[in-house]
Design a binder for this molecule. Sequence first.
Ligand SMILES: [Mn+2]
Length: 259
Amino acid sequence: MKIIKAGFSGGGLGRGDGSNLAPDLVVKHLESVYSNEDQKRCVFEIEELVLDEKNIEESHALIEESVSKEDKAIIIGGDHSITYPAVKGFSKNNEDFILIIFDAHPDLMDDFKPPTQEDYLKVLVEEGVVKPENVILVGLRNWDAQEISYLEKKQIRFYTCKEIFEKGIKEITKEIIIKITKPVYLSVDVDVVDPTEAIGTGYLEHGGLSSRELIYALQKIKETNKIGMCDLVEINPEKDVNEMTSILGAKIVGELCDF
Ligand SMILES: [Mn+2]
C-alpha cells in the first residue's frame, strides 16, 4: 500500500500545531504492525511530501497533485484541512463517489479562505467537489448551530455517537455499507475515538467511539472493496502521552493496508 505522508498543520488554526509531526511517528510504529486482523501482511511504500506550513495554497496543491496520481493510497496528515485537496485529487479520477468521514465534528463552519480543519467539508460541498447526498458523517458529538442547520439544509446523512450507542456499531456499519454503491473516499479524524484512547489530538470530545468500534467499522467498509483512497488526520504528537495515539494510528493504517 502506498502511504503519502502529508504532515501539514497550517490549516489547523493554531490548534493543529504539532499534527505535522504525526506521519513520522505513525510510520515508525507501522514497523510493529506485522499482519492485520485479516491475516494480511502489511507492506508499505512511503512517499513524503515536502510542505510549507506557511503556505496553505501551495501545500494543498501539492497534496492534490500527489493524490490524483494514485489509484489507491493512505494519506497520513496533518490537520483535517488536508482532506480538502486530497478529495479534490481523488475526484479527478472518480466522477461520482461517496465520502465517508469518521469525526467528532462536522467541520462545516463558514468558509475560511483557504479551507481549514473547521470548514473543509463545507468548501468541498459548496464547490461541488462532492454531492451532499454522497457524504456520510460518523461519530458526531459536538457542533455549532450553523453546522446543524447546514446538515439539515443539505440533507447530509450523519450518525451521532448517541445513535451509534443506541443501535450498536454493527447495525450502523450495516446501514453505511448498504449506501456504498460507488467508490469511497474514507477520512478518519482520530478524534472520533474517545480521548481515553486518543488523547493526542487538538479537540478532546468525550463520549466517543472505542478504538474497537472504529476498527470494526473500517474493516467492514474495507470488505466492500470500494475504498479508493483514505486519510488519517488530527493525530497530534505534541499533545500525546507515550505516543499512544500514534500507535493507534499505526493500528488503523494496518487494518486498512489491504483495501
Ligand atoms: Mn474533528
